[in-house]
Design a binder for this molecule. Structure first.
Ligand code: IMP
Ligand code: MG
Length: 181
C-alpha cells in the first residue's frame, strides 16, 4: 500500500471518498453563504487545480473562477516569503472573493495573498482550503472553510506534489513517519 516517489515512501492518508465528502461539505456551505453573490473563486496554482475543479463544479449558483500563481524565494522548504503573485485578476472591486488553496502550512502564502487581494477593494474575501496544518502556522490565519485539519507531515496527491510528482494521485498520501523531508 506504500507509494514511492523518488527517495520517499508515502502511505494512504485520505481516501477519494473522504476527500469527496469534504468537498461536498465545503460546497454546501459556500452555496448557502454566497447565494445571489456571484462569487469570484481564485485558485492558487499549481497545487489547487484538482481541488478547484472538483469544488467549483459543485457550486450551484452563478460563480466565476480564475487562477494565480505564487512565486516564492525558497522553492525547497516551505516558503520564507512570497516574491510575486502572477496573473491576479485586477477587477476585484465589489466582488465576493473566495481564495481556494490546496493546503495551508506556514500560512505565509495565504496571508500575503489575502493582503494583496484586499488592496483591490473586493466586497469580501474568504479562504477555502482543503487541508490545514494548524501546528505549522507561523502567522495567524482566518480560514473560513477547511476540509481537514491535519498533522504537520508532508502530503502528496490530489494536486499536491513532492518535487513535481504525485499530483495525479486521486487520493492523499502522507510521508511515512520514519521519513522526514
Ligand atoms: P505556506 O505558505 O507555508 O502555507 O505554503 C503553502 C504551500 O506550500 C502550498 O500551497 C503548497 O504548495 C506547499 N505545501 C505545504 N505543505 C505541503 C505538503 O504537505 N505537500 C505538498 N505541498 C505542500
Ligand atoms: Mg499551493
Amino acid at each position: 500500500m506504500h507509494y514511492q516517489i523518488k527517495d520517499k515512501k508515502f502511505e494512504p492518508f485520505l481516501s477519494q471518498a473522504q476527500i469527496a465528502e469534504a468537498v461536498d461539505r465545503l460546497a454546501a456551505r459556500i452555496n448557502a453563504d454566497y447565494e445571489g453573490k456571484n462569487p469570484l473563486c481564485i485558485g492558487v496554482l499549481n497545487g489547487s487545480f484538482v481541488f478547484v475543479a472538483d469544488l467549483f463544479r459543485r457550486l450551484t449558483g452563478p460563480a466565476e473562477v480564475t487562477f494565480v500563481k505564487v512565486a516564492s524565494y525558497e522553492a525547497m522548504e516551505s516558503k520564507g516569503a512570497v516574491e510575486e503573485i502572477l496573473g491576479l485578476d485586477k477587477d476585484l472591486m465589489h466582488r465576493h472573493v473566495i481564495i481556494l488553496e490546496d493546503i495551508i502550512d506556514t500560512g505565509i502564502t495565504i496571508t500575503d495573498l489575502v493582503k494583496t487581494v484586499k488592496e483591490f477593494h473586493p466586497a469580501s474575501v474568504e479562504v477555502a482550503a482543503l487541508l490545514l496544518k494548524p501546528d505549522a502556522l507561523k502567522r495567524p490565519v482566518n480560514i473560513k472553510y477547511v476540509g481537514f485539519e491535519i498533522p504537520t507531515r508532508f502530503v502528496v496527491g490530489y494536486g499536491l506534489d513532492y518535487d513535481g510528482l504525485g499530483r495525479n494521485l486521486p487520493a492523499i498520501y502522507q510521508l511515512t513517519p520514519s521519513e522526514d523531508l
